[in-house]
Design a binder for this molecule. Structure first.
Ligand code: GLA
Length: 412
């Protein structure tokens, strides 16, 4: 692992010589946490028709208030991101993007200030094409202008989509827009969809070595929706593509499996545990998308579970490795604390997608534990230490149908 990171840095140094520019914004050293409008609100621009599901200033400020007053900010949730459908349908006479005058009457700088006053950060959305995916104005032809505008609004995070463009353009547009962002001098987390469009629209394998130096995070699979089917296929994609993905994943550059769907009343408790546990194991971004007033006490207890967040936000940022164990998927993740340059603390997550209980006995020495330490085993969802083990022991687990069990092993 350490060696492959060294190789990656040598590769990045070569790219600097080659292109003379790299992202290098020092951001997203931990997987970003926050809230984004799309997963739940989508293009909710018809506020007269549906005032309760409306993408407007009131909504964004209310998320900032909820983060600030309900413990989310203390837990690490930071970015509040407005997705597609925020602007007027056309640019103004000077060619600038204009926030929808009815829904965002005081503009985006007002929202940024409100968010910043609460110690939180502000994110926005655009697309590299002439239009956004929902046919609002996109940034093609205006990269410098839009980058300056976002910087003038004090944006901290920009999600950039990749609909409606040719592959040859896709391969340089993300680099060009990133460069324009960098030249504003305002550090903005740069979220790309380059690998997703490359693979699923242009049908060519994503070249992650090319993406990594330019983007802080990148989508590589279809949109998550408030339905367990989408989550299931996303997790299976990460399982099947582990060997392709893990090498490019780490501080400052993350694979992004898309939003957490807790708070949308579309998942059972077991399904919610599966999504948060695997996202924690993957060191994936934790971006929720929901009406903050709809978050149940149970969902909130998962979203604010600090034992889980400690694994999700571990500074090593390692993507867990999947194994098939009997009919379960097992994810194993090494994390802090380390001993010298050796891993000696781990989490294990057992995922059961089947409709029956699945029982397994897991010999720890077969799954990455090579030290002679003794460990306390924390049942992350129960919030208690359940036993002590050494590598010579086995763990027995009985995982309920469509549910996950997560253990963290801390050295004694
Ligand atoms: C694409 C993205 C989504 C969202 C929409 C907005 O589908 O993958 O996350 O940003 O566009 O139109």
């Amino acid at each position: 692992m350490l060696t492959s990171h060294r190789l990656l840095h040598a590769y990045i140094a070569l790219l600097i010589l080659d292109n003379g520019w790299l992202l290098d914004n020092g951001l997203a050293k931990l997987p970003p946490m926050g809230w984004m409008s799309w997963g739940w609100y989508m293009c909710a621009d018809n506020c007269t028709h549906n005032p309760n599901k409306c993408l407007d200033e009131k909504l964004i400020l209310s998320v900032a208030d909820a983060f600030y007053t309900e413990g989310y900010q203390e837990a690490g949730y930071e970015y509040i991101i407005i997705d597609d459908c925020w602007s007027e349908r056309t640019r103004d006479e000077f060619g600038s993007l204009v926030p929808d005058r009815k829904r965002f009457p005081r503009g985006m700088k007002y929202i940024a200030d409100y968010i910043h006053k609460r110690g939180l950060k502000f994110g926005m959305y655009t697309n590299i094409a002439y239009d956004t995916c929902m046919r609002y104005p996109g940034s093609r032809g205006y990269f410098e202008k839009d980058a300056k505008l976002f910087a003038s609004w004090d944006v901290d995070y920009l999600k950039v989509d990749g609909c409606f463009v040719a592959e040859s353009y896709l391969d340089h547009a993300y680099i060009d827009l990133g460069k324009a962002l960098n030249e504003t001098g305002r550090p903005m987390v740069y979220s790309c969809s380059w690998p997703y469009y490359k693979l699923f629209i242009h049908k060519h394998a994503a070249n992650y070595s090319a993406v990594l130096p330019y983007c802080n995070l990148w989508r590589n699979y279809h949109d998550i929706m408030p339905a367990f089917g989408n989550i299931y296929y996303t997790l299976k994609f990460y399982e099947k593509n582990y060997e392709n993905l893990y090498k490019f994943h780490g501080p400052g550059h993350w694979n992004d499996p898309d939003m957490l769907m807790l708070g949308t009343h579309s998942l059972t408790p077991g399904m919610s545990r599966i999504q948060v546990a695997v996202y924690a194991m993957l060191s994936a971004p934790w971006i929720i998308s929901c009406d903050m007033n709809m978050v149940t006490p149970f969902d909130k207890s998962l979203l604010l579970n600090m034992n889980l967040i400690a694994v999700a936000q571990d500074p090593l940022g390692i993507m867990a490795k999947p194994y098939q164990v009997s009919r379960l998927t097992l994810w194993v993740k090494p994390h802090m604390p380390m001993k010298g340059d050796k891993y000696h603390s781990f989490s294990f997550t057992f995922v059961n997608f089947e409709d029956k209980f699945q029982y397994v006995t897991l010999p720890l020495s077969k799954y990455g534990i090579s030290t002679n330490e003794s460990y306390h085993v924390l049942d992350v969802f129960a919030g208690k230490f359940v036993l002590n083990v050494t590598r010579k022991d086995s763990i027995e687990v009985d995982v309920p149908p469509v549910d996950a069990v997560m253990y963290t092993l801390y050295p004694l």
